[in-house]
Design a protein around this ligand. Structure first.
Ligand SMILES: CC(C)=CCC/C(C)=C/CC/C(C)=C/CC/C(C)=C/CC/C(C)=C/CC/C(C)=C/CC/C(C)=C/COP(=O)(O)OP(=O)(O)O
Ligand SMILES: O=P(O)(O)OC[C@@H](O)CO
Ligand SMILES: [Mg+2]
Length: 236
């Protein structure tokens, strides 16, 4: 499954708990983005997730489900991304929910379709920070240390810098970039247009765009080419 995500430079994250019209969904799916990630931290249910998947299947894009709730695990996605929040003191969000899921689904789990994400949650005002009690007031060095735990000790396929709702601190992103060697570095949070998309694209492997889809779809669409046309800086 690492091969599936490797070429992803730009991804739109769609929240099943938010409304998107058919025309807007079509524009998103035909925008040239590399994949759709379905997820949200609150209000995600089996019903709204399966409904969104059915609508997405009219298009040929890869669709991944980022699991945030045990009750909303829907079959039929190309890939299941499993967040593990590294900077929370609450083990429920690192491995606890995961243990419950494995006990519940047992032999039904298509392990070859699962990818773990080492999440580092950095916006204290986001629902995900409130939900998980994440220690968001990290220095750049603190965030980079968590990134090294994910990349070097745990050898997770994905390190996810999560600033949901706020544009991140590029000094922190740059330091994390310098430390991550093997994991694919995802960034999500507060991208509202081309300029921000380009800054992140220069530093990270995969740029995730979420909320702006629901606020200003034209700006959201512009982020696709902004990312695609920006080469990544090379790191020694
Ligand atoms: C037959 C079949 C397909 C069976 C399925 C098998 C399967 C895939 C089983 C699951 C196995 C497994 C290990 C599951 C994990 C279960 C689980 C609930 C884990 C917890 C994940 C977690 C840490 C959740 C916390 C929240 C979080 C990190 C969510 C990620 C998404 C996110 C950050 C969204 C951002 O939220 P957003 O909506 O942008 O926030 P705002 O509201 O502020 O905008
Ligand atoms: O919604 P935004 O702020 O774009 O963040 C994207 C995504 O990373 C949230 O998990
Ligand atoms: Mg959101």
């Amino acid at each position: 499954m690492r091969q599936l995500i490797e070429p992803w430079r730009h991804v739109f994250k769609l929240d099943p708990d938010r409304e998107l019209g058919d025309l807007e969904l079509e524009a998103i799916c035909l925008s040239g983005t590399d994949a759709i990630l379905v997820g949200g931290s609150t209000g995600v249910t089996y019903e709204n997730t399966i409904d969104l998947l059915n609508r997405l299947r009219r298009y040929e894009l890869p669709c991944a489900l980022e699991i945030s709730d045990l009750e909303a695990v829907v079959p039929g996605f190309d890939l299941y991304m499993i967040p593990m929040v590294l900077n929370t003191p609450d083990t429920a969000w690192i491995i606890g929910q995961h243990r419950k899921a494995i006990q519940r689904y047992g032999s039904l789990i298509p392990w070859e379709l699962l990818l773990a994400e080492g999440y580092i949650v950095l916006n204290g005002d986001s629902s995900v920070a409130r939900l998980t009690g994440a220690d968001h007031s990290l220095s750049a060095e603190g965030a980079a240390a968590y990134a090294q735990i994910a990349d070097k000790l745990m050898q997770l396929p994905v390190v996810y810098l999560e600033y949901s709702g706020m544009f991140g601190d590029m000094k922190t992103v740059r330091l994390v970039r310098e430390m991550v060697e093997n994991s694919q570095l995802f960034y999500g949070g507060g991208i509202t247009g081309e300029a921000q998309a380009k800054q992140v694209a220069a530093l990270c492997d995969t740029v995730v765009v979420g909320n702006i889809i629901y606020q200003d779809i034209q700006q959201a669409l512009l982020t696709v080419q902004a990312v695609k046309k920006t080469p990544q800086m090379l790191w020694e």
